[in-house]
Ligand binder design. Structure first.
Ligand SMILES: Cc1cc2nc3c(=O)[nH]c(=O)nc-3n(C[C@H](O)[C@H](O)[C@H](O)COP(=O)(O)O)c2cc1C
Length: 315
């Protein structure tokens, strides 16, 4: 079976603007999970989520919407909304590690609550015909928490469970826990997707050697830090194309243009782009000094000048 590569969502980064630019210039991703929809008690979908999922913003992309909630009514409301847009699958986020979320019993804070998971899945399956997939960490405090959730999850026809092989308490500190991921494989009937620290072709080879039966891989930060990664994994290649700076420059220009249309004021646009540069700088280490200067710019004019200097390192 060929490997399927999935863009693991990053709220604030992998919105439709990024997805379109990425797909046009790099590719290699089969499916994009959209960043989560969160309602916060109000039964309304914020315009930012609406825009992200509109058909006209996702032409040619396979996109799966995601929700983060611990409330069955909210879950059903979001199902209704995404179905009204024509989506047939909803991904449920039980992975978010941030205390603001987990203290409210959401994200990875919900993993240790199988009764609630059961209640929500029961209502979703008895009251709707949507396909549900899960995205989880292995627990909040302990990677065995997920094992108690599996008997509940096994009752439902979930499409798959994507597992980020960490626990919530870790946030992003420390390594991924492959032994615990392996234990998950032994304890569920569901198809598992692997997620966590796929940052290079070498890292991909290592994890796919360890888990030869896994054929769906979710890539989050690595996709932004090295947009060539998915296509290089697919082609089993470790060489970057010779025109890589030209391609990157066109990609950057498309991303920039879209944020220029959306945001008001040089500072807001630069702030947004700089958040991406925190990742991009990893694939352009030769221009570290120039990127540092670019990140300090305050006007678009200065940003453009600094950007030219970044590119000139590769001439
Ligand atoms: C800034 C940021 C935002 C994220 N937003 C989401 C999100 O909206 N939904 C989700 O399921 N995971 C989210 N994640 C988690 C990633 O999708 C992914 O599971 C995690 O980064 C581990 O994969 P990686 O090592 O390939 O990055 C986010 C992660 C980061 C760093």
């Amino acid at each position: 079976m060929p490997d399927t590569l999935i863009s693991s969502p990053l709220q604030g980064f992998t919105d439709y603007r990024f997805r379109n630019a990425f797909h046009k210039y790099f590719g290699g991703i089969d499916t994009y999970y959209a960043p989560y929809i969160r309602l916060n008690g109000k039964m309304e979908i914020k315009p930012v989520y609406q825009r992200d999922l509109m058909h006209k913003h996702n032409i040619g992309l396979v996109v799966i919407p995601q929700v983060m909630t611990c409330d069955a009514d909210e879950f059903l409301f979001v199902i209704d909304y995404v179905q009204s847009l024509g989506y047939t699958e909803l991904n449920w986020n039980l992975g978010c590690p941030y205390p603001m979320v987990t203290n409210r019993g959401m994200g990875s804070g919900l993993i240790a609550n199988p009764e609630k998971i059961n209640h929500i899945l029961d209502r979703a399956h008895s009251e709707t015909n949507i396909t549900i997939s899960m995205k989880m960490r292995m627990g909040y405090y302990d990677p065995t928490e997920i094992l108690d959730a599996f008997p509940v999850l096994n009752k439902y026809p979930l499409k798959n469970i994507g597992i980020h092989a960490r626990i919530g308490k870790q946030l992003y500190v420390g390594g991924v826990d492959w032994d615990s991921f392996e234990r998950c494989m032994e304890h569920t009937d569901h198809k598992l997707y692997y997620n966590g620290d796929i940052t290079s072709v070498k890292a991909f080879r290592k994890v796919s050697d360890r888990f030869p039966t896994i054929d769906h891989w979710m890539i989050g930060r690595g996709l932004i830090a090295d947009p060539w990664l998915p296509i290089m994994i697919k082609e089993n290649d470790t060489e970057y194309p010779i025109d890589r700076i030209d391609v990157f420059s066109d990609f950057h220009a498309m991303l920039f243009r879209q944020f220029e249309e959306k945001l008001t004021g040089d500072k807001a646009i630069i702030r947004k782009m700089v958040s991406y540069w925190e990742y991009f700088e990893e694939v352009l280490p030769q221009a570290k000094r120039e990127i540092k200067k670019l990140k300090k710019t305050k006007t678009i004019e200065a940003y453009d000048e600094a950007l030219e200097k970044v590119y000139s390192v590769f001439e």
